[in-house]
Ligand binder design. Structure first.
Ligand code: NAP
Ligand code: ZN
Length: 366
């Protein structure tokens, strides 16, 4: 028995925003645009969006303050601005951070007195319609209901509601060409991580998820090298963008595993990019799952033949070269938190606090 659900309409291709501009009229009359500090401009996406909105006489308000690993305070600031405005839809441009922030801002802005903490109470709240234009190829946020935020204590927390699935996502790979090389790598490794973590949860039960995962992993395995050889080549960027979206559809159905939970403190407290943080945790956690369920792991990483081949791929993209110092106190605290994370429910095998202590110690630089 399996089910598939994706309420997001996805439009992909060069100049897809201007080719499909009439869709904005169906979504709303006044846009609240959410971006990071510079990627929306550097990528050229904001100019293209603005041109289309101007041609349609759709006014807009710009909130361009989203930082990496967006904080509760940024969401609440954006939410207040949205609810005080006349805007009736949210248009997110950027990587996972602005896209996730836009989802949360959309809910907070729609629900008057709602605070960030209310997003995590398991209630389904309404949101303004959300449109996304991704400028990275990694998180899959363009096709997921998830929004990952950082609370005032520095912990990353995720929520998702039916209303936070984007209504429309426009994929134009030209916007991903300006990513710095470390962002290109870490976002592609994030997509790879989604693809194989999702299939580790799924274990073939949903055949469509299995198919999407295998295809996403294959494309990243084949194309990431090509992207780095010629960073301006839009067609190889398009392949990675496609893979990231497929992997996003996978996790929209499955969620992620302890790999994501264990990586979060590395991003919050050590500035390691999200995808790289996952990549650092992946092999150790997959080895542990394989101890009790080897078939689950060999199926999840297909078409990689074994964890050694997957590990060699990760090392090729710098995973072994991340320099990291962690104190005993940090290791204790993070291991305790990670061993209690909800992701553990989706991670078969024996994962206690000591496992994570050993895992974090394994990645400390000599
Ligand atoms: P990001 O945090 O959105 O962006 C990383 C950096 O890259 C920022 O400095 C950004 O600049 C820059 N950048 C992005 N696109 C660019 C472009 N085309 N040209 C030049 N610079 C560009 O990166 P991300 O990896 O896409 O998102 C990570 C976030 O997503 C994390 O918070 C993670 O937890 C979350 N996440 C969400 C999901 C989900 O399902 N929703 C899944 C996995 C991860 P600006 O600051 O100027 O934008
Ligand atoms: Zn991720």
């Amino acid at each position: 028995m399996w089910k598939y659900f994706l309420p997001t309409r996805v439009f992909s291709g060069t100049k897809t925003i201007s080719h499909n501009n009439e869709l904005f009229r169906e979504i709303g009359t006044n846009a609240f645009i959410v971006t990071g500090r510079s990627s929306a401009i550097k990528s050229g996406a904001l100019d293209d969006v603005q041109e289309v909105l101007d041609a349609l006489d759709i006014p807009s308000t710009l909130f361009d303050e989203v930082e990496e690993n967006p904080s509760f305070s940024t969401i609440e600031k954006g939410g207040k601005m949205l609810s005080n405005s006349a805007c009736d839809f949210v248009l997110a441009i950027g990587g996972g951070s602005p896209l996730d922030a836009a989802k949360a801002i959309s809910v907070v802005g729609k629900n008057g007195n709602c605070s960030c903490r209310d997003l995590f109470k398991g209630k389904d709240l309404p949101a303004f319609p959300i449109v996304t234009v991704p400028t990275t190829s990694g998180t899959g946020s363009e096709v997921t209901q998830y929004s990952i935020l950082t609370d005032p204590e520095g912990s990353k927390k995720g929520f998702g509601m039916p209303s936070t699935f984007p209504r429309i996502s426009f994929l134009d790979a030209r916007y991903t060409v300006t990513m710095p090389v470390d962002v290109t790598i870490s976002t592609a490794l994030d997509a790879l991580s989604h693809s194989i973590e999702g299939e580790a949860v799924n274990k073939g039960q949903n055949p469509l998820v299995k198919m999407l995962s295998k295809e996403a992993t294959k494309i990243i395995k084949q194309s990431l090298r090509e992207v780095l050889k010629n960073e301006n080549d839009v067609s190889s960027r398009e392949r990675i963008q496609f893979a990231a979206t497929l992997a996003g559809i996978v996790i929209a159905h499955t969620g992620t595993t302890a790999v994501h939970a264990a990586g979060y403190p590395l991003s919050s407290f050590k500035g390691i990019k999200h995808g790289m943080a996952n990549a650092l945790m992946l092999i150790g956690i997959f080895e542990r799952i394989a101890k009790t369920d080897p078939n689950r792991i060999s199926g999840a990483i297909e078409p990689f033949t074994d964890l050694d081949e997957l590990n060699a791929f990760l090392q090729e993209f710098g995973v072994g070269r991340v320099s990291l110092q962690l104190s005993e106190e940090e290791i204790e605290k993070w291991s305790d938190q990670t061993s209690k994370a909800s992701h553990l429910k989706k991670t078969p095998g024996d994962f206690d606090k000591q496992f994570f202590v050993n895992l974090y110690k394994r990645i400390i630089s000599d």
